[in-house]
Design a protein around this ligand. Structure first.
Ligand code: GAL
Length: 416
């Protein structure tokens, strides 16, 4: 009798461990740095307040490469999470596999088409149906600076051109500081590279080369100049950069050890989480030469098809919460990004956030608004990976000539 009871209890435990609890929502994301974790905790709070059980599935690794690998194995095993942080053309690829849930009921009821910029809504849809919900718009072409470091080096203003940037870098080096805090992962290398190329060549060149993958643009003199400038940036980084996480690079600015970081505005989330004040302790400006352009990076969650009715309800509530004004404000105040909705008040946002919102709207009109390659917004994951690898090889090995790198990048682009 006792034995039977034990077996029944063990079976019950095993079942409850596997079956989704009604209203449980398992969310795969890669927001593990200080600022990121604070931001995602806001979504958890909102879902818990609606009575749902939040099952956190955080896979560390900036840029999300590790999370993407884990997600693939879970879906292949027939056990997808309720929601996952997926963005850009990868959303279309997942939808094409037939595994994503249709969010149109929530989107229609809450008028997503009316409140989202078209450039954002288009990315969230597959064949006209919403399959993902956007949480924000990140600007990637930012340059951050430590006020302490600039002061020590006698640098009076944020550089507007690459020449000014290198002059400021020389002054920082002379003052015994690290000029540029860089982390060594291929998405970080490309984050710097796409800002350099945008600054050197402008938005049209950027679009031709990295969105259309036009072989002419990829082999042009502008591409050559971009790679030369990019290599020069490297000479301002420290020897310990390879393998460093992006948030540790931001920490070097927070501690006043380094002058600049070229990074998207999730870096602002780190400064804020450390209690630093924009415009006082740290500065933001568009990367040199890119003030009239905007590389956008939209974070979003896609929902996977699930059978359990409770889980479906939780997914619909998650989609609705993500697009809710309350979440869009509090999340983005922490994360460093701006709301994806266009009908939000920006008065609680700091000057960096206000500038981002203003430039997003302005560049959408002028053609300066371009998708970030480094952050999975521009091209399909396979071509993106190949181009990133070629750029990182060039960055890491000074023996690779500019001409050879151009050939490799053009070949990677042709394999689209
Ligand atoms: C980006 C993502 C941001 C931030 C960053 C570092 O790709 O869009 O939200 O998390 O990576 O992890």
């Amino acid at each position: 009798m006792l034995k039977l009871k034990t077996i029944v209890a063990a079976v019950a435990m095993a079942i409850s461990a596997h079956a989704a609890v009604a209203g449980e929502v398992e969310v795969l994301h890669y927001w593990t740095s200080g600022g990121e974790a604070k931001s995602v905790a806001e979504l958890k709070k909102i879902m818990q307040a609606k009575g749902h059980v939040w099952k956190d599935f955080a896979v560390a690794g900036g840029g999300g490469d590790a999370a993407a690998t884990v997600l693939k194995s879970r879906v292949v095993a027939g056990n997808p999470p309720a929601a996952a942080q997926i963005k850009g053309p990868a959303i279309q690829e997942w939808a094409n596999e037939g595994v994503l849930a249709n969010l149109d009921a929530t989107a229609k009821a809450e008028k997503w088409d009316d409140v989202l910029p078209k450039v954002v809504a288009d990315v969230m849809k597959y064949k006209g149906n919403y399959v993902a919900a956007p949480v924000n718009v990140h600007r990637v072409n930012w340059m951050w600076a430590s006020s302490d470091a600039l002061k020590k080096a006698g640098v009076k203003s944020m550089p507007k051109t690459w020449d000014e940037f290198f002059a400021a870098g020389d002054a920082l080096k002379k003052a015994g500081l690290i000029a540029v805090a860089h982390g060594g992962q291929n998405w970080q290398d490309f984050t710097t590279f796409e800002s350099v190329a945008l600054g050197v060549g402008g938005a049209k060149f950027y679009n031709d080369a990295f969105v259309k993958l036009d072989p002419k643009a990829l082999s042009s003199d502008t591409m050559k100049k971009s790679l030369e400038t990019f290599r020069k940036v490297k000479s301002y980084t420290d020897a310990a950069a390879p393998g460093r996480d992006w948030n540790l690079a931001t920490a070097m600015l927070i501690q006043g050890k380094a002058g600049f970081q070229l990074m998207g505005d999730w870096a602002k989330g780190e400064f804020l989480a450390a209690g630093k004040v924009p415009g006082k302790d740290f500065m933001c400006a568009a990367a040199p030469g890119t003030a009239n352009a905007y590389t956008f990076n939209v974070d979003s969650f896609a929902m996977f098809k699930l059978k359990d009715a409770g889980a479906q309800k939780a997914q619909a509530d998650l989609a609705s919460s993500i697009m809710g004004k309350e979440f869009q404000e509090v999340f983005n105040l922490n994360k460093g990004s701006i709301p994806a909705r266009t009908d939000m008040k920006m008065d609680k946002f700091d000057d960096c956030g206000k500038l981002s919102a203003k430039d997003f709207v302005a560049t959408a009109k002028t053609g300066g608004l371009v998708p970030s390659v480094a952050h999975g917004m521009a091209i399909k994951p396979a071509a993106e990976g190949a181009i990133k690898d070629a750029v990182s090889q060039f960055w890491n090995d000074d023996k690779i000539t500019v001409a050879d790198a151009m050939k490799k990048i053009a070949a990677a682009g042709a394999a689209k």
